[in-house]
Design a binder for this molecule. Sequence first.
Ligand SMILES: NC(=O)C1=CN([C@@H]2O[C@H](COP(=O)(O)OP(=O)(O)OC[C@H]3O[C@@H](n4cnc5c(N)ncnc54)[C@H](OP(=O)(O)O)[C@@H]3O)[C@@H](O)[C@H]2O)[C@@H](O)CC1
Ligand SMILES: Nc1ncnc2c1ncn2[C@@H]1O[C@H](COP(=O)(O)OP(=O)(O)O)[C@@H](O)[C@H]1O
Ligand SMILES: [K+]
Length: 500
Amino acid sequence: MKQIVTGGQMKLLDSYTIEKMGIPSLVLMERAALSVCQALREEEFPLEKVLVLCGTGNNGADGVAVARMLHAAGVSVDICILGKKDHYTEEMRKQVDIAENYHISFVKNAVPVEYTTIVDAVFGVGLSREVGGVYRDTIEALNRSDAKVMAVDIPSGISADTGKVLGCAVKADVTVTFAYEKAGLLFYPGASYARKIKTADIGIYMPPQNDFELSIQSCEDKDLFRIPVRKPDGNKGTFGKIFLAAGSRDISGAAYLSACAALRTGAGMIKVHTRQENRQALTTMLPEAMYSFYDDEEIEKEQILEGLAWADVIGVGPGMGTGQQAEDILYTILAEGRKPLLIDADGLNLLAGRMEVLAQYPAPVIVTPHLGEFSRISGVSVEEWKEAPLYLTKRFAHKYHLTVVCKDSRTVISDGSEEIFINTSGNSGMATAGSGDVLSGILMGLLAQGLSAIDAASLGVYFHGAAGDMAAAQKGEYSMIAGDIITQTAEILKKRGAVL
Ligand SMILES: NC(=O)C1=CN([C@@H]2O[C@H](COP(=O)(O)OP(=O)(O)OC[C@H]3O[C@@H](n4cnc5c(N)ncnc54)[C@H](OP(=O)(O)O)[C@@H]3O)[C@@H](O)[C@H]2O)[C@@H](O)CC1
Ligand SMILES: Nc1ncnc2c1ncn2[C@@H]1O[C@H](COP(=O)(O)OP(=O)(O)O)[C@@H](O)[C@H]1O
Ligand SMILES: [K+]
């Protein structure tokens, strides 16, 4: 698990390290600048003629220190400072004094096309408003040049909290970020502007008892080893029984993908409750599942009650439609279910405006809305969510006591506690019909094997994206389809089994 921070949190950690731990600010800055110089070499930047573009804050001060180190190494380097002298921070003043002692060249109006490498040290985590005026003109000229661009801490113009472009932003080839990745480097479009991210240890101290309202985490490959070990003497019951209400008169694919993904993730048994019209297709495509069917007359409440009593995990929604029968099934489950419940897709659409009905549910509930569905059930527009994705996801999860999986290119997962997750696996090939159904199956499969709601959700989303990345490596982002993601889950789980 990787710790991620917001801009504000990073500033708190900087000050704590300086004021409480006693490490001088200039020492941190020297390590920051050294790490940038090292990355310039490692990434084979063309150092024939280097421009370091600086702002007046400490990001600019980092830049001036980088210029000094390059100059000392014999590189031809110019410094260009945007902004007025009277706005310099104390560190910036010191760095400029030192650079002047070294007789480094300062230029007033840099012409970016004249350089082979540009180091962007205009704004870091201190960016506080839209970028305009000379800053905007310079950043746009930088983006038009052919120079290779290294961003210091974060590409200037990107919000460290949301990844949004504030007016305009530097398009970097490599970003060296200090101590922890900033949330804005993970969310799009910030992730595209940062391109390759390298995280440098510069000696920042994280107090064990911090006052953060949010502790932001991101799963990594090694977290996949938290998927429960298979008991060698286990039987079908050991690995969990799932009751899934899914599919409708015209849709069988969603039920298939979800149920198949649950079984392929390792669940012991699944029973699908669906419309009569799906009998032939589903029993042919997935004979490993059990089924109960309903027709025009009634939803077969007895069978639902039986399924709920039998199951360890309940799922509702994929491809179910929003008609009266779907609503009756959902409300039967909400009234009679006693086990962990996952609600997806149409199950969520049916809940719009009535979320308080979930308050009485006696076991953990996971909801997996994409942003459109999230907007319907929360009343928060997609634009509003993009302004504060972490805060708004947490607030919603907390209000309704849910584990919320807000699906997007960077999915956010929260159970309302201070720990919140941003997922970084996956790719645009997963924007294909049915990949959300596969996710719901994976999450049910993990719940069935005993993971808690928040572990199943955070780990399952990462697992789904990792399988999607393997599918993209095989089939390409254009051609991969949802079923390919299921195929690749097997490859990941095979490796997990082999290591033990
Ligand atoms: N010792 C430390 O703390 C360490 C810090 N480190 C480094 O410092 C960085 C943070 O430094 P920071 O806090 O000084 O903020 P920074 O990102 O330079 O920007 C603030 C400046 O920009 C200005 N400004 C903002 N928005 C603007 C806009 N739209 N348009 C125009 N101007 C705008 C703002 O101006 P003002 O608002 O005051 O008018 C102010 O002058 C961090 O990312 C890391 O690189 C590391 O070396 C480790 C040790
Ligand atoms: N560009 C992307 N990068 C990473 N993951 C993506 C991207 N686009 C979609 N996904 C993932 O694919 C899934 C799509 O789910 P959803 O929108 O419910 O699709 P469907 O309704 O077709 O099943 C989500 O898990 C989402 O996070
Ligand atoms: K920067």
